[in-house]
Design a protein around this ligand. Structure first.
Ligand code: ZN
Length: 480
C-alpha cells in the first residue's frame, strides 16, 4: 500500500529580550548556575509575575511577519505538571486565547512551485530551568538544578499539519528560522536550544481523509537531524502498520547517535495539564495603535528582498536566494550596490570572493575587513579598466589583510593595467616571433590556439595587459 506522510511542527523560539518574561533577571547565557534568579523565577510564595513589554512586542513582530492575526485580548494560563526544573509546579503559558492566530508562510518547493503552510497559533510562555546530571565525581548519580533559564521568554509557533514530506518540513523550518533571525527576536541558535523544534508525524493510506495516529518527536537540534528523525519515523510507522501493528500516540526522543527515535512516554492530552487562567496576571490587551507601531518597524523580510533583487536589480533567482538568506549579507550587498551601481558584478563578488573569505577566516560579514566602501572602490577600478578581473582578485586578498583601499594597493605595487596599444603590440610581436610553429598551426585553421597566444602575452605582461586588447591585437597580427 502507498502511504502519505503528515507533519505538523511546533517551534519554540527563545526571544532575545534582555530580561526574563515575568521578572527583571538577566537572560544572559552561560552564567554561574542560579546567579540570575529572584523570588519570581524561583517560584517563592507571594512573588508576583509582571509581564515584560518587550517580549510582547517581539511576539507581535513575529505574528505580523508570519501573517497572523494579533489578538486584541489574550490570556495567560497555568499549565500544571511536576518536574524538578519547574519550581512553581506549573508553567505560565497561553492556552485558550493565544497572542497570535491564523497565520501562514509560503514555502518554496523548487522549480517555481510554492505551497502555503498554515500557522495555527503562536503563544508566549516561560521556559523551565535546566537539570545538570552528575558531571563531576562529587555529583555522580545525582542531578543539579540551574534556574537561570527559568522564566526566559519563549514564543511557541504551532503549524497546521500541512506538510507532506521531510523536505517540506525543512523548507518551512528554514523559512521560519530566517524570519525570526531577520526580525531580531531570536538568535536562531539550534545547538544552544534557542530555536527548538518538535515534529508531529503520522502516516495514512493515500486517499484516506482521517489522520493516522501521530508520534511527537523531540530533542532534535539541527536541520539535518530533523530530516533524519522524520524519515526514520515514517519508515517505522509504515513497517509497524504493514506488519499488523498499531501506531500509538506517544512522545519519542530522537537519538542523533543512532539516527533512530525511541519511545519516551505516552503522549499526554491537553486536559491532563489542567490549564486554567493565571489569577496573578491580568489579560494582555494589545491596542491597534501598538500593532501599527510595531508594523512600522518591521524590516524588509527575506521574500520581499528576494523579489526586489530579481525585479529591481535584475539578479538571477539563485543569486537573490543566496544574498537574501542572511540579513547582514543582504545589507552588505545592498550597500555595495548603492555605491558601485552594477548589481550583477556586486553579486558576483559578494557571493564569490567575499563569502569565500568569510568562510575561510570564520568571520561574520559585519566584521569583514573589506567593507562595502572598499569593495566598491575595487569594482570601480575594474569597471574603468585600471585593473583586470584577475589582478582584482589578488588586490582583494591584500585588501582583506591590510584594510587598505584598492587604489593604495594598485599604486604601491604598480598593478595598473597596461592599456597602451604600443606596449601591448610590442609583447604581441615578441610572442608571435617566438612561436612560429603554433602560428603556422593557427593559420592552418586551429583557431583554439588563440587562447595559447593570449596566455603567453598575459604572462609576458605579468597579468597587467588588458585581455580584451590582447585578444584583438593578436587576431589582427596573426591574420596579417
Ligand atoms: Zn527572576
Amino acid at each position: 500500500m502507498n502511504y502519505e506522510t503528515v507533519i505538523g511542527l511546533e517551534v519554540h523560539a527563545q526571544l532575545t529580550t534582555r530580561t526574563k518574561i515575568f521578572c527583571g533577571c538577566s537572560t544572559e547565557f552561560g552564567r554561574t548556575p542560579n546567579s540570575q534568579t529572584c523570588p519570581v523565577c524561583l517560584g517563592l510564595p507571594g512573588a508576583l509575575p509582571v509581564l515584560n513589554r518587550k517580549a510582547v512586542e517581539f511576539a507581535i513582530r513575529t505574528g505580523l511577519a508570519t501573517n497572523c492575526r494579533i489578538a486584541p485580548r489574550s490570556i495567560f494560563a497555568r499549565k500544571n505538571y511536576f518536574y524538578p526544573d519547574l519550581p512553581k509546579g506549573y508553567q505560565i503559558s497561553q492556552y485558550e486565547l493565544p497572542v497570535c492566530e491564523h497565520g501562514w508562510l509560503d514555502i518554496d518547493l523548487g522549480d517555481g512551485q510554492s505551497k502555503r503552510i498554515g500557522i495555527t497559533r503562536a503563544h508566549m510562555e516561560e521556559d523551565a530551568g535546566k537539570l545538570i546530571h552528575g558531571e563531576t565525581p562529587e555529583t555522580a548519580g545525582s542531578s543539579l538544578v540551574d534556574l537561570n533559564r527559568a522564566c526566559t521568554p519563549l514564543l511557541e509557533i504551532v503549524s497546521e499539519p500541512d506538510m507532506r514530506s521531510a523536505d517540506e518540513a525543512i523548507a518551512y523550518l528554514k523559512k521560519l528560522h530566517q524570519i525570526v533571525v531577520y526580525l531580531g527576536v531570536c538568535d536562531g541558535n539550534l545547538e544552544e536550544g534557542s530555536f527548538r523544534c518538535d515534529a508531529n508525524v503520522s502516516v495514512r493510506p493515500f486517499g484516506q481523509k482521517e489522520f493516522g495516529t501521530r508520534a511527537e518527536l523531540k530533542n532534535i537540534n539541527s536541520f539535518r537531524f530533523i530530516r533524519q528523525a522524520i524519515e526514520y519515523e515514517v519508515e517505522r510507522q509504515i513497517d509497524l502498520i504493514e506488519s499488523g501493528g498499531k501506531v500509538i500516540q506517544e512522545t519519542r526522543l530522537f537519538d542523533s547517535g543512532t539516527g533512530m527515535t525511541r519511545s519516551m512516554r505516552g503522549k499526554e492530552e491537553a486536559h491532563d495539564y489542567r490549564y486554567f487562567p493565571d489569577p496573578d496576571l491580568v489579560p494582555l490587551v494589545i491596542s491597534p495603535a501598538w500593532i501599527e507601531e510595531v508594523r512600522a518597524t518591521l524590516p524588509e523580510l527575506p521574500d520581499a528582498k528576494r523579489h526586489r533583487f530579481v525585479e529591481e536589480l535584475g539578479l538571477p533567482a539563485y543569486d537573490a536566494e543566496v544574498l537574501a538568506a542572511d540579513r547582514n549579507l543582504a545589507d552588505y550587498f545592498d550597500a555595495c550596490v548603492t555605491l558601485a551601481k552594477d548589481a550583477k558584478s556586486c553579486a558576483n563578488w559578494v557571493m564569490g570572493e567575499v563569502l569565500r573569505k568569510l568562510k575561510e577566516t570564520d568571520t561574520e560579514v559585519v566584521a569583514a575587513p573589506v567593507t562595502p566602501e572598499l569593495l566598491s572602490g575595487l569594482l570601480a577600478r575594474i569597471a574603468d579598466n585600471t585593473i583586470s578581473g584577475k589582478i582584482a582578485k589578488t588586490v582583494f586578498e591584500q585588501m582583506w589583510l591590510s584594510g587598505e583601499t584598492a587604489d593604495q594597493i594598485i599604486q604601491a605595487q604598480g598593478l595598473k593595467q597596461v592599456t597602451d596599444t604600443g606596449a601591448i603590440e610590442g609583447l604581441v610581436d615578441q610572442v608571435i616571433a617566438a612561436h612560429p610553429e603554433q602560428v603556422a598551426e593557427y593559420l592552418s585553421g586551429k583557431d583554439k590556439l588563440i587562447g595559447f597566444f593570449v596566455g603567453k602575452v598575459m604572462q609576458a605582461s605579468q597579468g597587467k595587459a588588458n585581455p580584451g586588447m590582447v585578444n584583438q591585437l593578436l587576431k589582427k597580427k596573426l591574420q596579417g
